[in-house]
Structures are given as C-alpha cells and as structure tokens.
Design a protein around this ligand. Structure first.
Ligand code: FE2
Length: 286
C-alpha cells in the first residue's frame, strides 16, 4: 500500500472491510429481531386425521396439543395465559400436553401451573413430562400438574368413552430416563382399537414399535427453532430433519410432532413459529 494516496486507502478499506462487516451486522440484527418477534407469536395448526379405526362416535373429535412451554425468563405468565385462552377458544374435546413445562424451579412457576389449570375440555387434560422436566424436580412438577387439573399419564393408559364406543389414550415416561413402560398404555387393546400415544420425544416412534399404535403426539424438537428453507442448525433427534415437525408416517403409526410454544438455548424462532396443534379425528367405524 506504499505510495497509495490516503484517500484511496480509506476508500479500499471501506469497500473491503467496513461495508461487508456492516452488511453482516445488519443481517444478524435483522435475524435476531425477526427471531424475537416470531418467538413471541402463536399459531394454530389444524391436522385432519382420518383413520379406519376411528369409531363413528368419534368422528369430528378434537384434540388440542400443547407442548414445550419452557416457562421462565423467555416464556412469561402472560404468554401462558394466551396459550391457554387460545386452546380453550378452539373448544377441543380433549387437551394433551407434551412436556418441558418449566425452565425454572417449580417453586418459581406457581403462576404457570395455576394458569394451566384454566385449560378446559369435556374429556379432560392429560400430560407427560419432557426431558427438561427430569432434572430432579419431576415429582414436584407432576404434583403441581395434578393439583391444577392435568392428569399425568406417564406409563398409563385409559379409555375415552362415548356411548357405545371408545378410544384408547396412553402415555409413556420420557424415553431419556430409560425407565418407561409402554405396556400399560396398550393394556387390553386390540389391533382394531384406535390408540393414541402421548410421548415427549418423537424418536420414541422409531424406538418402540407396536402395530396397535395409530397416532403418536410428540414435541421436543421445537421445529428446529430455526428453519431456513429446510435447513436447521440443530434438530434434537437421531432422525434429524425428518422429525423436525409436522405429520410423519412411521410404519403403521402416524406421528404428529408439534413445534411447541417456547424456546430453548436462544429465545428465537425463525421459520418455525410457536404452535398449538388441533387434531380432528375422522372415521366411521361401527
Ligand atoms: Fe422443549
């Protein structure tokens, strides 16, 4: 650069360093701002689910599925209230919760559990815990859920009945604990029964296979939190983008994977907005 006039040097510096750096910083700032705005939103995703095992009496039966709240510094009581109000406004027959409730000690989340108690559905509200809930306070989380009207169905199953017919609802303990048991969820079921399983991690569908499982509802992957034209920096699944979100066929079972409501690591979402999934069963089996 010796002998180059100062004016030319400054112009070159601007062109090679300052302008590209400014462009990168502007893009990063836009990404973060967009991510914060998107993470604060809420969408409702409707899934129509026709299946030959759905009894005629359950044709049109609706299930609101809420998952991965991550209540804490980035998911407030106000946002919990909005999620509960939005779910209730859908007038679902049944509400299911997919785990990862709190990112703070349950003692600091009393408001969260109280607000969850406002969920209303004629066939009740049921939930399982997520991997994030298994950090030493799982019993307290389960207790607070129960105390607020959420029946925890880890390694449990029950029949949901309408006059003359019934469907099975089961849940399993978070697979990362290695202490789950699928048997109670399926107890007494036949291949012709319609069976719904509530799990936290979608990988469970590949891990435990049983032809009686018709519909599995999972969360955990947050839709990757960032989904840029199909690319995500990280999807916490052994099956990567396949289990990022949406409706995925896994042999005889269909997996509905929610992007969830909250966030983890960074309070951002880009191309992967928070969602409540509303599943409507369709069938006419008599
Ligand atoms: Fe989560």
């Amino acid at each position: 650069m010796k002998g180059v006039p100062l004016k030319v040097k400054v112009r070159l510096l601007k062109k090679i360093v300052i302008l590209p750096l400014a462009a990168v910083l502007t893009a990063l700032a836009a990404f973060f701002c967009w991510g914060l705005v998107e993470a604060a939103g809420l969408t409702v995703t409707r899934v129509d689910f026709p299946h030959p095992d759905v009894p005629a009496a359950f044709d049109g039966f609706t299930i609101a599925f809420l998952s991965d709240f991550h209540f804490g510094p980035f998911f407030s009581a106000r946002r919990t209230e909005r999620a509960v109000a939005t779910a209730n406004a859908l007038h679902p027959d049944l509400i299911l919760l997919g785990g990862d409730y709190v990112d703070v000690p349950p003692e600091e989340a009393k408001a969260f559990f109280r607000i969850l108690g406002g969920l209303k559905a004629p066939f009740g509200t049921y939930g399982v815990l997520g991997n994030g809930d298994y950090r030493g306070a799982e019993e307290e989380i389960a207790q607070r859920l129960s105390a607020n009207g959420v029946t925890v169905i880890e390694d449990r199953g029950l029949w949901i009945e309408r006059p003359g017919s019934r469907i099975r609802l089961g849940g399993v303990r978070e697979m990362g604990t290695w202490r789950y048991d699928l048997a109670p969820a399926l107890a007494g079921t036949k291949a012709s029964d319609f069976v719904i399983l509530l799990v936290h991690q979608p990988d469970f569908a590949e891990k435990e296979k049983d032809g009686r499982l018709d519909l599995e509802l999972a969360g955990h992957t947050h839709g990757g939190q960032v989904n840029l034209f199909g690319w995500s920096p990280s999807v916490p699944s052994s099956y990567g983008a396949r289990f990022r979100g949406g409706v995925v066929k896994v042999r005889e079972t269909t997996l509905v994977i929610s992007r969830g409501l909250g966030t983890t690591i960074l309070p951002l979402r880009v191309g992967s907005p928070p969602e409540i999934v509303l599943v409507t069963l369709r069938g006419g089996k008599t």
